[in-house]
Design a binder for this molecule. Structure first.
Ligand code: KIV
Ligand code: ZN
Length: 505
């Protein structure tokens, strides 16, 4: 008999806590739709009390997404729980996910409290949530550094209080597969009412063992795994959904478990998340890395031609790779573009298609082939609903050996042109200084990077800037075959995001 493992995706909550990742409202909705196509069982859509934006995004996802349960995270505090409930209740399948730290470190240093008091707060949190929603998950934060007997008492008490799922998180990525296996077994053997709840795990990757830990927990009897696309998450990230799902599928002989995941949607989901968060997937990453199904050595290629199973334990088609090798070019019409976008998970309206097509033609004029990675970026730029306070009208730079790099920039705001010039360490620095002089917006540049979106010298370069001003942070992104132009547009994009944030305050 195979067991069904509940796949709880927390890309939009823990994943979004990745340093440097921040998703707009529209990005979150797009990802939530794709997670529904991937058929995850639970989407943790956010932490509603953490900000009004998070609250609105969770509420919109709850109202719009059909299929998966929609969870909202909250501390075991009444105001948090109410906020989470108000955000998830439009869902046909809402879940409140409440948590409290249970390790001595958390109890003594974070709460300056006692074990008995924290146990009471955990139980009260679950009861308060249960009065609002039938489906309540409780997490014992830092469970893997919690005294085992106390963890057992907490698990028993929260199940008694009505928790339907109890999560045992390795919050700091400290545990090992063997230790987690033993902990889950211990709970099964020592918590009398354990059969009344699903036992879940949530592993962080600080020591690179999060996927192995999750699989060990499944072998010990855990029925839910919390994970993220591309392993995004706090610090070193969370266990990667695609790795867990494909391990369970490929080694079904060993695990005797199945998930409801439509594995052919994995690649699309990975690309969408990577693109919208600007978190690049390393080439050799398992399952979704560019090299995951590439065979370089002649002896391997020969084996693959004779019989794929010689060097492949799963097929690229299983995770949706083969479908994505088609490319579009200058002559591809709107129908072809719409079909390819739909294959990538974007169902566009006629209006959106017109905008995307315009930008597609511009890119196709500069590049021979437009790849899926390019389309993801075109799609993001053409459907960004953020108000364009400033836009770039023209940019001229000079740079080179024995030359003082300079930039002349013309920007437009409300139909009026503004122009200025500046010198800098290089053309990008000069352009940023000129933009600063025109807009009067002084920023702290925390991070700047440029990556090639695809291979080849005509590839789009995507620039990403992470900036701060007056306590607000923003990430600006832009792409072009000209990387100085991409860099200037990314900076303007970040300026616009900050101005919009400041206008709302
Ligand atoms: O890592 C963690 O402990 C968490 C909990 C809130 C589930 O993210
Ligand atoms: Zn976490």
């Amino acid at each position: 008999m195979t067991r069904k493992i509940v796949i709880f995706d927390t890309t939009l909550r823990d994943g979004e806590q990745s340093p440097g990742a921040s998703l707009s409202f529209d990005d979150k909705i797009k990802i939530a739709h794709q997670l529904a196509r991937l058929n995850v069982d639970v989407i943790e859509a956010g932490f509603p009390i953490s900000s009004p934006d998070d609250f609105e995004a969770v509420k919109a996802i709850a109202g719009e997404i059909q299929g998966p349960q929609i969870a909202g995270l909250c501390r075991a505090v009444e105001a948090d729980i109410d906020s989470a409930w108000n955000a998830v209740k439009p869902s046909e399948k809402p879940r409140i996910h409440t948590f409290i730290g249970t390790s001595n470190l958390h109890i003594e240093h974070k709460f300056k409290s006692t074990k008995a008091e924290v146990l009471k707060r955990a139980v009260h949190g679950v009861q308060f949530a249960k009065e609002r929603c039938d489906n309540v998950e409780f997490s014992a934060e830092d469970a893997m550094r919690t005294d085992l007997d106390y963890l057992r008492d907490v698990v028993e008490a929260v199940i008694e209080a009505g928790a339907t799922t109890v999560n045992v998180p390795d919050t700091v990525g400290y545990t090992t597969p063997w230790e987690l296996y033993e902990t889950i077994r211990f709970l099964f053997d020592n918590v009398p009412n354990i059969g009344d709840a699903v036992i879940s795990v949530h592993n962080h990757d600080d020591l690179g063992m999060s996927v192995a830990n999750s699989l060990a927990a499944v072998q010990a009897g855990a029925g839910q795994v919390e994970c993220t696309i591309n392993g995004m998450g706090e610090r070193a990230g969370n266990a990667s959904l695609e790795e867990i799902v494909m391990a369970l599928k490929t080694r079904a002989d060993l695990f005797e478990c199945e998930t409801g995941i439509v594995t052919q949607e994995i690649m699309k989901t990975s690309k969408m998340v990577s693109n919208l968060t600007s978190f690049v997937v390393q080439r050799n990453k398992a399952i979704v890395g560019e090299n995951a199904f590439a065979h370089e050595a002649g002896i391997h290629q020969h084996g693959i031609i004779m019989n794929r199973q010689t060097y492949e334990i799963m097929t690229p088609e299983d995770v949706g790779v083969a479908e994505s090798s088609l490319t579009l070019g200058r002559r591809s019409g709107k129908h072809g573009l719409r079909k390819r976008l739909s294959d990538l998970g974007y169902d566009v309206t006629d209006e959106e298609l017109a905008e995307v097509y315009e930008r597609f033609v511009e890119v196709a004029d500069k590049k021979k082939q437009v790849y899926d990675e390019d389309l993801e970026i075109i799609m993001r730029e053409a459907t960004d609903s953020m108000p364009q306070v400033w836009t770039l009208a023209s940019l001229q730079t000079t740079s080179g050996p024995q030359t003082m790099p300079t930039a002349t920039v013309k920007l437009v705001r409300e139909g009026q042109d503004y122009q200025d010039a500046a010198c800098g360490n290089g053309p990008v620095d000069a352009a940023y200084k000129a933009i600063e002089r025109i807009t009067g917006v002084e920023l702290t540049l925390e991070d700047y990077s440029v990556r090639s979106v695809t291979m080849g010298k005509d590839a789009l370069g995507e620039a990403t800037v992470h900036v701060k001003r007056n306590g607000n942070e923003a990430v600006g992104k832009a792409a072009s075959t000209d990387i100085v132009e991409a860099s200037a547009n990314a900076y303007i994009n970040a300026v616009n995001r900050l101005l919009v944030l400041e206008m709302r305050e």
